[in-house]
Design a protein around this ligand. Structure first.
Ligand code: PLP
Length: 371
């Protein structure tokens, strides 16, 4: 391990808040204070009673409002995060065979989960080089097409489309609450709340079209064995009562409801989309004009508005830069572990103000000049 150089960034350059992680993402501290102030009225009370069910109902109606979802769409929640949703989908959403459009570690994990599922046929995988994204194309013989909206491991905003009759499942984990999309092109748009939605982990949420609800019900009526904790039908039945099947973390629900209300008050998904695009545009412009940095994603149309991946030239070690930043209170700028690039990965979620992103690039410049 090389020593971290002792560089003190002047406080006038530092961001007001040093959290730039892509997951868990920045949580609004006022929401944490408000949660603490609920005292005995919420934390430590039953998730089957109004104090908690009202929060779940607020999450559901808040998402309908945020995305202006058409009639018949339903919001379902379950315990275990997006990773558990992949497993639930292999049991309850994919009928026989899925196609997976893969462009990074997260989209690959769902493809791998489907490939190992004994009751499914081998999935079709359409993969792109990391840093790019596959073009949506109709894949014959599949009943489910799986896309990722924003590949958090590479910082790619990937295209998706409804093609043929396949049900469209989209991993929106680092996009939900931040990036607008054509809701009618998705049947199952799912996410965890600890990324752009600034809550805690441990929960998955899916926004289901009527087509997806039909699929879940018809698979549940078949003779396929489904583990109860991964049953989408059980989750759906509970969601209609503003509950989860088993006990959720109440902090996660509270912070999620507050963040959704915040985004809706600010102007909804269009506002969130605008603010993340402004912050990420600053980063990409800064990298393009820098002598030591450049955006990892070459095709500007595929650059993520919420997770910016910035490559450094070989003479500028990104790991040392992020270590110095960390010692100055600027945390979680390291790249996705398995990508293995000389890179910083910086979230520009709606909770991260443009001023903080500007202060971050000024701080990076200060550090690199002194390495
Ligand atoms: C973080 C992430 C996941 C996994 O979420 P967990 O809550 O850890 O299960 C899945 N997909 C994407 C795109 C992610 O960013």
């Amino acid at each position: 391990m090389t020593e971290i150089p002792e560089i003190t960034i002047p406080s006038s350059l530092l961001p007001a808040d040093g959290r730039f992680g892509s997951g868990p993402g920045r949580v609004q501290t006022t929401f944490v204070d408000d949660l603490a102030a609920t005292g005995t009225s919420y934390m430590g009370t039953s998730h089957r009673r109004p104090a908690v069910r009202d929060v779940v109902a607020e999450i559901q109606s808040g998402l309908v409002e945020m995305y202006d979802l058409p009639d018949g769409y339903e919001i379902v929640l379950g315990v275990g995060g997006a990773t558990a949703f992949w497993d639930a989908a292999t049991f309850g959403l994919i009928a026989r065979r899925s196609a997976h459009f893969v462009c990074g570690e997260f989209s690959r994990k769902f493809a791998d989960a489907a490939a190992k599922t004994p009751h499914l046929d081998d999935p079709i995988v359409v993969a792109a080089e990391y840093g790019g994204a596959p073009e949506p194309e109709e894949v014959p013989g599949v009943d489910t097409a799986s896309f990722i909206h924003n590949e958090t491991s590479t910082g790619v905003l990937a295209p998706f489309a409804r093609l043929g009759s396949a049900l469209v499942a989209i991993d929106g984990t680092s996009a939900a609450g931040a990036i607008a999309y054509d809701v009618e092109a998705a049947d199952a748009y799912y996410f965890s709340p600890q990324k752009a939605l600034g809550s805690e982990g441990g929960l998955w949420i899916v926004m289901l079209s009527p087509l997806a609800v039909d699929r879940i019900e018809s698979i549940a009526a078949s003779d396929r064995w489904i583990p109860p904790s991964l049953s989408l039908k059980t989750a759906l039945d509970n969601a209609r009562l503003h509950q989860t099947y088993n006990t959720p973390a109440l902090t996660t629900l509270y912070l999620l409801a507050r963040q959704i209300r915040f985004v809706n008050t600010m102007g909804g998904i269009e506002w969130a989309d605008g603010t993340t695009r402004r912050s990420s545009a600053h980063l990409y412009r800064w990298a393009e004009s820098s002598t030591f940095a450049q955006p990892f994603v070459v095709n500007a149309a595929l650059r993520s508005p919420t997770v910016a991946t910035i490559d450094f030239v070989s003479g500028t070690p990104a790991d040392r830069v992020s270590s110095v930043l960390r010692s100055n209170g600027i945390v979680d700028t390291e790249p996705y572990r398995k990508l293995g690039r000389n890179q910083l990965r910086i979230a520009t979620f709606p909770n991260i103000d443009l001023e903080d992103v500007e202060a971050l690039t000024a701080s990076i410049d200060y550090v690199v000049q002194r390495l």
